[in-house]
Design a protein around this ligand. Structure first.
Ligand code: 5GP
Length: 138
């Protein structure tokens, strides 16, 4: 399986389509998931073109994990969550729908359940508000 530069996250990284940005550095970008499974659901992607976990090099993985840790800490505070999940899907059979490596951060409140993966589009005003809340706590 090869990396296809026409995937939606590559377009976001190139600035061709917008996103509700939370954090960006030289190696990574974090933004809100447009079909959130829970309030504050966000994604961390490397800027390096990796399709999934298996073709990413050690440097890419370490940058992605460091950003995930940083953004998750802010997201759980911003959403007043009690914990969080990180999820990462590989290939269609593994549930992946966008073929650019990404980590899902899902802030979890006690007893909360997740909505469907890639389910319903959220209100953009709400996503913008949540992105700001998370950004403010970074
Ligand atoms: P995957 O199934 O590949 O692990 O997850 C892809 C995620 O990207 C899904 O949770 C889906 O809601 C999200 N997503 C799909 N298209 C877009 C988009 O255009 N913008 C953003 N921000 N998220 C997207």
């Amino acid at each position: 399986m090869t990396y296809d530069t026409s995937n939606i996250f590559a377009k976001i990284l190139r600035g061709e389509i917008p996103c509700h940005k939370i954090y960006e550095d030289e190696h990574t970008l974090a933004f809100m998931d447009v079909m959130p499974q829970v309030d504050g659901h966000c994604l961390v992607v490397p800027k390096a073109p990796s399709r999934g976990l298996l073709d990413a090099n050690l440097e890419t993985l370490s940058h992605v994990l460091l950003t995930t840790q940083k953004v998750a800490a802010a997201a759980i505070k911003a959403m007043k969550a009690d914990g969080f999940q990180i999820r990462q899907f590989n290939e269609a059979a593994g549930g992946q729908t966008v073929f650019h490596l990404h980590i899902h951060i899902l802030p979890m409140k006690e007893g909360a359940t997740l909505k469907a993966h890639s389910g319903q589009m959220a209100d953009h005003a709400l996503l913008a508000e949540q992105a700001k809340k998370i950004r403010d706590l970074l």
